[in-house]
Ligand binder design. Structure first.
Ligand SMILES: [Zn+2]
Length: 125
């Protein structure tokens, strides 16, 4: 079976299996770079990282304030619950984005399979 000739971020070969007429997998195909960029920005890949960083900073501040002992802790307990709820929302968002990306990749594979007469049967085997 043919393997992608691309390289992963760490410099090791990709090794994803590709169609017989292809050199690259979806992630490394230079012809798909634009589409990948669109998908990445649409999914806002960097956004959750910023959001999580924001949450962590917030947690650090709250923890330091509580540990200083100078304040009532009840409001902080509520703040902690809200932060947890926000973390769950971020996690759900990530999962949905992951599923969307997978669906797009599956659709791309299906289109490739359809575009090659006589090769579509390999998906039925
Ligand atoms: Zn690849």
């Amino acid at each position: 079976m043919a393997r992608c000739v691309g390289y992963k971020r760490d410099g090791t070969p990709c090794e994803r299996i590709v169609g017989a007429l292809q050199q690259y997998c979806y992630a490394h195909d230079p012809a798909r770079a634009e589409a990948r960029k669109r998908n990445a920005s649409k999914g806002g890949r960097s956004k959750p990282n910023r959001e999580i960083l924001d949450i962590k900073n917030h947690l650090k501040e709250l923890t330091l304030e509580v540990l200083s002992g100078a304040v009532a802790t009840a409001p902080y307990a509520v703040a902690n619950q809200l932060i947890n709820a926000r973390l769950r929302a971020v996690e759900v968002e990530r999962k949905v984005r992951e599923q969307d990306e997978l669906l797009e990749r599956i659709e791309a594979l299906e289109k490739q399979a359809e575009a090659k007469p006589g090769r579509s049967r390999q998906w039925e085997a």
